[in-house]
Write a protein that binds this ligand. Structure first.
Ligand code: HEC
Ligand code: HEC
Length: 354
């Protein structure tokens, strides 16, 4: 196979080669293999059958994606607050599918209807409930702030057409996202793209190299959270991203809270080597993603974004589950990476300033 790691081969040729590779691949169905890196998909142990959302959620009515009960409940209905906001909401409003709480309206421009409320008639939840009003996103979905309008719309098309599918058949929110992409009108898609594109992505993940990680649990919606107390466990070859405060992030959905990502010792140096030189297994990421990985006309910004999201995307691309012509240009970057390489690259990228 031709290698784009040779700096003399211009990017355009790599792009062309990528698109030829995709055409040859297009008849192959996505391989829903269960060997995905559990940490990047929010699991401690492999998910149990039989919840296979890849079959039950194929239409364009997001309501048909029968959702797991991921959201917390509070029968007392008391008013809650987050630091720095004058507003108060009950948990029912915070987790509401069509009117989710907006703790900091001053942090972003006015939200378009589709972002703030979705479309209740067809069960299309507000974008803001998952990606948050400021687009920072959480580890189980995606950071959408600061993406270019073109890239954003391209992803919606790829999700709608099935060129982008999650490798985890249990990832209900991934299939719900695809149903949402199929249900959006072109106007709604553009409004959402222009809105999130106008908000700069803020760095909110601190990367720590360590042999251990605080003991943690997996919630049903794909978020890992630290347990109470200060017990730790061996980290092993995993990258574990935990909210700094599970209460703030998972319960209050505070869009100004943050994460700590625990990565094996040596990850940052190895990640830097792979990202800047390609090492012996990959190609320089900087050629396409820009010198500081802040995005270019051909490739999206990735610096400082959630490491679980970065790792998950690289794995999905490696398995051919993200296989548009544009995603195929990543083939030479991801083909030969081991899971340890993906951990190192994700940790390093998450540590950079966006
Ligand atoms: C149920 C939660 C949920 C809702 C609601 C939701 N999304 Fe998503 N979104 C996701 C998930 C999950 C992903 C993909 C994560 C993955 O591939 O691992 C995603 C990915 C995306 C991406 C790709 C980002 C990238 O960097 O490639 C875009 C763009 C996007 N969503 C836009 C939207 C818009 C616009 C709306 C509202 C109309 C919306 N989403 C509503 C969960 C959601
Ligand atoms: C030949 C150009 C090229 C090179 C080299 C390249 N990328 Fe990419 N990358 C792209 C393009 C184009 C996309 C968008 C794919 C799509 O549209 O689905 C992308 C997407 C991504 C994404 C997903 C972003 C998102 O928001 O979902 C990640 C993560 C990523 N690249 C990481 C890397 C890393 C790490 C390297 C180096 C090891 C690298 N890329 C090298 C072109 C490239």
């Amino acid at each position: 196979m031709t290698k784009c790691s040779n700096r003399l081969i211009p990017i355009v040729i790599c792009l062309l080669l990528g698109s030829i590779a995709t055409q040859a691949q297009e008849s192959v169905a996505p391989s829903h293999q269960a060997d995905f890196p559990l940490w990047a998909y929010g699991y401690i142990t492999p998910p149990e059958p039989p919840e296979d959302w890849s079959q039950s959620c194929m239409g364009s009515r997001p309501r048909d994606c029968d959702r797991p009960g991921g959201m917390p409940k509070d029968p007392t209905n008391k008013l809650l607050q987050v630091e720095g906001s004058d507003l108060e909401f009950t948990l029912a409003v915070i987790t509401s599918p069509f009117t989710p709480a907006d703790w900091f309206p001053g942090d972003h421009p006015p939200m378009p209807e589709i972002v703030a409320h979705g479309n209740e008639e067809i069960g299309l939840r507000a974008c803001a409930i998952c990606h948050l009003p400021n687009g920072q996103g959480l580890m189980q979905n995606a950071p959408v702030a600061g993406l270019s309008v073109e890239y954003f719309l391209q992803q919606l098309d790829d999700l709608a057409s099935g060129k982008r599918v999650t490798s985890d058949p249990h990832k209900a929110n991934g299939f719900e996202m695809a149903a949402i992409a199929r249900a959006l009108t072109p106007e709604q898609a553009r409004e959402a793209a222009e809105y999130y594109s106008s908000i700069p992505f803020k760095h909110w993940v601190e990367v720590v190299e360590s042999d251990t990680v605080p003991k943690f649990s997996a919630s049903r919606n794909g978020l890992l959270t630290q347990n109470e107390g200060d017990e730790t466990e061996p980290l092993g070859q995993r990258l574990i991203e935990l909210p700094k405060s599970a209460y703030d992030t998972n319960y209050l959905r505070n869009p100004r809270s943050g994460m700590i990502a625990y990565a094996p010792i040596g990850s940052l140096a190895r990640g830097e080597e792979l990202v800047t030189t390609g090492g012996d297994v990959s190609v320089e990421c900087l050629t396409c993603h820009g010198p500081e990985l802040r995005g270019t006309a051909i490739a999206p910004p990735i610096a400082g974004r959630q490491p679980s999201y970065i790792g998950r995307q690289m794995y999905d691309m490696q398995k051919g589950n993200r296989n548009s012509a544009m995603a195929a240009t990543m083939e030479l970057a991801v083909n030969r990476l081991t899971q340890d390489d993906i951990i190192a690259i994700s940790a390093y990228i998450a540590s950079l300033q966006p």
